[in-house]
Design a binder for this molecule. Sequence first.
Ligand SMILES: Cc1cc2nc3c(=O)[nH]c(=O)nc-3n(C[C@H](O)[C@H](O)[C@H](O)COP(=O)(O)O)c2cc1C
Length: 481
Amino acid sequence: MSDLPKIIQGGMGVAISHWRLAQTVARLGQLGVVSGTALDQVLARRLEDGDPGGHMRRAFDAFPFPVMAERVWNTYFIPGGKAPDASYTHLPTHGKKCPRPLAEIGIIANFVEVFLAREGHNNPVGINYLEKIQTPHLVAIYGAMLAGVGFVLMGAGIPLKIPGVLDAYVNHQPASYPLYVVGAQEGDDTTMHFTPRDFMEGDLPPLTRPRFLPIIASNTLAVTMLKKANGKVDGFIIEGPTAGGHNAPPRGKLTLNELGEPIYGERDRVDLEKMRELGVPFWLAGGYGEPDVLRQALDRGAAGVQVGTAFAYCEESGLRADYKQALLDRVVRDEARVFTDPVASPSGFPFKVVQLAGTMSDEEVYLDRPRICDLGYLREAYRTPDGEVGFRCSSEPVSIYVSKGGNEENTAGRKCICNALVATAGAPQTRAKGRIVEAGIVTSGDDLTGIARFMRPGSTSYTAADVIRVLLNTGSGVTQD
Ligand SMILES: Cc1cc2nc3c(=O)[nH]c(=O)nc-3n(C[C@H](O)[C@H](O)[C@H](O)COP(=O)(O)O)c2cc1C
């Protein structure tokens, strides 16, 4: 790969861009990015499923703290996998302080995902996090750096303090990160801390500092990051409102179209001339999965593009097979629909939801599900009346949310996308001895309707190499950069 990739396969949580997809893309000479979201949960479930293929075991054997690795392994691994109607173990939920067992599986989970994505080639691999999911950051980034992650990409927030964390971890130094706490008052302690020495089982050489790419949707944010971040920002991903996953809300007052989707306007456009003047590389995301638009992006000064939706449906992605095939078939029949839901995600950001019967996009499935919040990644921190930090989620039972000072209006239409996204990665929680199985939710960009262009004639599926081949207009999908 030349120094900078032309194509970044965007991070897609939960475990849609898992190690296998990122490794495939990296081997093809572009930047493969694993999703870093909820990896502790993903790893625990892979181990409780018996580690099919033995990949987790291989990565555990390479982890530099073997005592800790065995402790985590022995806690979760079930030879042959759990019974189909048994529930997955509940991990402790994240808080301002990370409980030690959760920190241990978090460090290892991030290590494992990056280690496996890097296996068997020498190209860099990235990891993606959502800034808004703050509580796991310190643990997660250390684990990813232990495995030699080359890029950290972060969206859904303003990650001013991430560069300082990366710099500290190079020498295994302690790091801290500010937790955003609703209602916090002057003098409250809202800083999270992590000390690698508390976990290390011996000395290690310095780590490599990954490059840091914030994902942004405005010129102002780019300037703020460059001026105020506590360390180096190595470039930007500029993501528009047609992209899959969460979208930045429109600027100004929220207005909805006749379908109930947020309306974006001129003010939401990023001025690329101004971006060029900043003198750092940038990639464009949101509907850039076509050769012509890739070329236009390069002509406009971009280093390349970040593509998600096209990769989400390729054979190597972590999207569960039944959803993937059902949606590929719908695309071919021209029946695929994506709805930009302004309220589904407890994060408060608009979230793109693919309409698919049997998933949480289906009103009946949504209404049928009791409100349960037991994963808790998207909970917001708030100041309790006695000055402590509490956590609440607008998709938890309404009375509980309101008892924690949450506004009832916020609860309407909220979906537990934590449970649903883990289900979409193929590891749905099972409750009540198998009588209740969590339904998934599929997110994609508006580009979904056009992904049949990656299928070879006569085929009903495609590979990551097909995506890269079409984008770069090359025969094989392999670049010689
Ligand atoms: C299934 C899916 C999940 C995504 N999850 C994330 C995520 O966890 N974090 C993130 O920063 N972006 C996420 N994205 C956005 C992608 O990284 C990428 O920027 C976007 O898909 C590019 O636009 P496109 O969908 O038109 O290709 C997701 C996109 C998809 C399709």
